[in-house]
Write a protein of this length. Structure first.
Lengths: 75, 174
């Protein structure tokens, strides 16, 4: 799941080297914290949050396949 | 696997296909086949997309698993298509747009919508009532509008906003 988020964020970012994803385990839930360069925030969130929502729906697929609950937090 | 798409693709179709492949691999859906074809119908996005990337499972188990990637009412499929196009779109302002279909979902959905549109048109002609369909995404509303474009005695309109936008089928003279 971490790799999935990293892949998409790097593909969208102007500064892919500054993309960092941290995994936080909170009981049976995984929170993925996505950090990008300040100027890339808009790119990964997208207009009206469309990119972020699309990324969350792919994360949902990955989480269901892994049998866990996962949420994405864009920091 | 590369950790992001590399920049030296021969063309955008390769980039779209390889981005889709990378995403599938990252989701553990490796037993899948991608093939590109020309769009043929409104449901394919004819007039809107350059190519359709058809995605199928290589075995029954994978085909079942792909249902999750279609999602409720094709919403996850739309997300996947949006992300692939956003990534390809970064190559330039005039980058082509690609459609994605999974296990023929869009094809079947289009047939359902076209059949529904004709039934509703018949009902509107018989009763003179205005019938409002359930909310649908833009791509599906377009299918209904185009299906009834040449239909005698009725016309269509979209009403409402955002996720609640719906197609209305009205008597032609109303």
């Amino acid at each position: 799941m971490k790799k999935l988020i990293e892949y998409v964020a790097r593909a969208l970012a102007e500064k892919p080297d500054e993309v960092v994803v941290e995994e936080e385990h909170d009981g049976d839930r995984i929170v993925l914290h996505l950090y990008v360069a300040e100027e890339d925030k808009g790119r990964v969130i997208g207009r009206d949050g469309r990119c972020a929502n699309a990324l969350r729906s792919l994360l949902h697929v990955a989480a269901v396949r892994a049998g866990v609950r996962a949420t994405l937090s864009i920091e | 696997m590369p950790d992001r798409p590399s920049a030296d693709y021969a063309d955008e179709l390769d980039l779209a296909g390889s981005t889709l492949r990378d995403l599938l691999n990252l989701l553990g859906l490796t037993h899948t086949e991608i093939s590109a074809r020309d769009p043929e119908t409104p449901g394919d996005g004819l007039g809107l997309v350059a190519q359709v990337l058809d995605l199928y499972g290589e075995d029954d188990e994978t085909s079942d698993e792909l249902g999750l990637l279609i999602g409720r009412r094709g919403e996850t499929l739309s997300s996947l298509q949006y992300l692939v196009n956003t990534i390809v779109g970064r190559t330039g302002d005039d980058a082509p747009v690609y459609g994605i279909d999974i296990e023929g979902y869009r094809r079947r959905r289009e047939q359902t919508l076209v059949d529904l549109a004709h039934e509703i048109a018949q009902e509107v002609r018989e009763t003179g009532d205005v019938i409002t369909l359930e909310p649908m995404p833009a791509s599906e509303r377009r299918i209904v509008h185009l299906a009834l474009e040449q239909e005698p005695g009725v016309r269509t309109e979209s009403v409402g906003s955002g996720d609640h936008r719906q197609v209305e089928v009205l008597p032609a003279d109303e």
